[in-house]
Design a protein around this ligand. Structure first.
Ligand SMILES: [Zn+2]
Length: 262
């Protein structure tokens, strides 16, 4: 079984500091579990550069670069266009395969929603300019995320760790968006996510860890890594009533197609 983890953050200090054996060991154990490709997503200039460094170091890692909606609070608004142009400059690197992660996060009170929308929409336009797919983070912002996606019809990509409705998932798939499932699909109370996982067409489904976050059941609360991806595969296999091997192969081929990776 070969696996493609379409979303992880191996530059997170948790891997260096808290994972037994560090990042090298996390990658080694992931390979042993059958993981052959990983997309590491950047979230601001520092992490964009560190994901590229990881992609240079590990052959199985590829990079997405972008400004995450939760990370713009680290910078004053006078920096907005500098952040965008710095991100754009990284897109020519041969192992950068997507713009992300980008999107909207309305989970916390007091976030500047207009500024988040400006970043999201601007980076959709950058993705269009470079003909790259986008990796979208949408947390508690389904309506506005959908509007921005719909207003950029030439762009497509993936909604990572999907948390929206079944109806929105159907519409996104119709617009050419892939739907990605991670640890949350294994949680007992994840009723809607499981419903969505049952209905996404075979050619539009992806898997991910979002490591080190969102470890699948029964590892909830632990440091997540790509070696736990088989638990997501097994859950999806049960929901869709197919073999785990079939889920692994489908999601591998889909990810290769979306990110144009051999
Ligand atoms: Zn992420």
């Amino acid at each position: 079984m070969r696996l493609f983890d379409t979303h992880a953050h191996y530059d997170d200090p948790k891997f260096r500091n808290d994972f037994p054996g560090g990042t090298d060991e996390a990658i080694k154990k992931s390979r042993e579990a059958g993981v052959e490709r990983i997309i590491c997503a950047g979230t601001r200039p520092e992490t964009n550069l560190s994901t590229i460094e990881l992609a240079k170091k590990y052959d199985l890692i590829y990079s997405a670069v972008g400004i995450h909606p939760s990370d713009i609070r680290f910078y004053g608004p006078e920096k907005d266009d500098i952040l965008l142009s710095e991100t754009e400059k990284l897109l020519n690197h041969p192992k950068v395969v997507a713009v992300g992660e980008i999107g909207l996060d309305y989970h916390y009170e007091g976030t500047d929603r207009d500024r988040q929308k400006y970043f999201f929409d601007s980076q959709m336009k950058i993705a269009e300019k470079y003909s790259l797919p986008v990796v979208i983070h949408d947390r508690d912002a389904h309506g506005d995320s959908f509007d921005i996606v719909r207003n950029n019809p030439k762009v497509s990509g993936v909604f990572h760790c999907y948390s929206g409705s079944t109806e929105m998932a159907k519409q996104l798939v119709g617009m050419g968006y892939f739907i990605s499932f991670g640890g949350t699909v294994t949680f007992k109370n994840a009723k809607t996510v499981k419903e969505v996982a049952a209905l996404v067409p075979d050619d539009m489904i992806l898997i991910e860890t979002d490591a080190p976050y969102l470890a699948p059941s029964p590892h909830r609360g632990e440091i997540n890594f790509s070696g736990l991806l088989p638990l997501v595969v097994e859950t999806l296999a049960q929901i869709r009533n197919v073999s785990p091997e079939r889920i692994a192969e489908l999601t591998f081929e889909n990810a290769k197609r979306l990110f144009r990776i051999e």
